[in-house]
Design a protein around this ligand. Sequence first.
Ligand code: ATP
Length: 415
Amino acid sequence: MKYSVLTVGDELCIGQVVNTNAAFIANLMSGLGFSVFCHSTIPDEPSIMKSELQRLMDNSEIVIITGGLGPTHDDITKGVLVDFFGGQLVVDTNTLSYLESWFESRDRKITEVGIAQAMIPSKSRALNNRVGTAPGILFEFDNKLILALPGVPAEMRYIVTNEFLPIAKNHFEKFSTEVQQFLTIKTVGIFESSLAELIGGPENFPIGTTLAYLPSAGSVRLRIGAIAASMEKASELIDEMKNTIISKAGKYIIAYGDDSIQSVLGNILKSNGLTVSVAESCTGGMLGAAFTDNSGSSAYFKGGLIAYSNDVKIEQLKVSKATIDTFGAVSEQTAIEMARNISTLFDTDFGLSITGIAGPDGGTTEKPVGTVWIGVADRLSAKAFQYKFGNDRSLNRERAVSKALELLIKKVNEK
Ligand code: ATP
């Protein structure tokens, strides 16, 4: 059963606003078992909206529109829906009384704009919006649902999650003849091309499954998809494919699902009662930020020191001046001292350090831009690893953080 998303707004088309609504809806709909026909993003232009809506409706059972529901001149959605489906705009009495009390609770009388928000196409029904003023608008025909939602992400999320989800589930159970399921497997420490060689081509996959490679700095996610007549059958296919991947590339897998490396690491540290601290130079706090992305990280992350200058490395982090003078700030010896000293200073089970040349300047023939040393220390020993990433400053920093997390996962798993 197919769904489509139609996101409306000039701001999306010129790149001013990132289309997070489409991602949220897609995640939810694929979780329910729907397959996608198309995601389409269009400007605030009624003729384009009409033709696009027709195309999406011809090819999908559910079309979800976001944006342009407001009362200003650039909000085109309601007008287009009335033109498209016929009828006229009428007051939805439930929405109106909700809006009246909404204004009243703020000691205000409802405005004309407020009343306009309560107008919906006569052939639709309103879905409650309790975090804003524009209700969702739902059309139901035979086996098709067309839903129009406000563009504001929090309002869109509220209506989809609280009002539309049960309707979509029910629709799926009633009309679907096949189910789609996904499983994401997260790998680290191997390039996409090498992973593809290990796993082999589609001829090795169970019939009805697909495999997609999603590389990012420092890790590759594998997304297994399965289409089958029932959830049980789809789960069986996913398991079969998962086992094939484990047998071929199991040692590179660090997590299942969409968990980040830091949350996987956080869970491992927490469940083992272990703590970590960080000493960062070229990443300027990004490693600490990665750890603190996870709520509850105070259970295992004690803190860090941004030792960007040599003075701070020497005075605060107690790296020996002789080490820096002899080997340089970007060196195995400095990375080791940084990792060891931070774990001692902060009294943690592990210390992680990053020192490198992020670029674009500062490289030499011996230590080109992209050279990064990462140190990992426990209470007994410390080791550092060299990487030569590349020329892009921001990618180098992202990769360094991701590698440091990966190294610590390995280290903890060794214990
Ligand atoms: P309102 O009733 O508040 O006018 P609306 O339905 O008219 O809502 P828009 O005016 O299209 O919504 O969008 C409101 C804001 O919501 C935009 O300025 C933008 O910041 C955000 N927004 C709109 N569409 C998206 C989207 N697809 N993804 C993320 N944010 C979006």
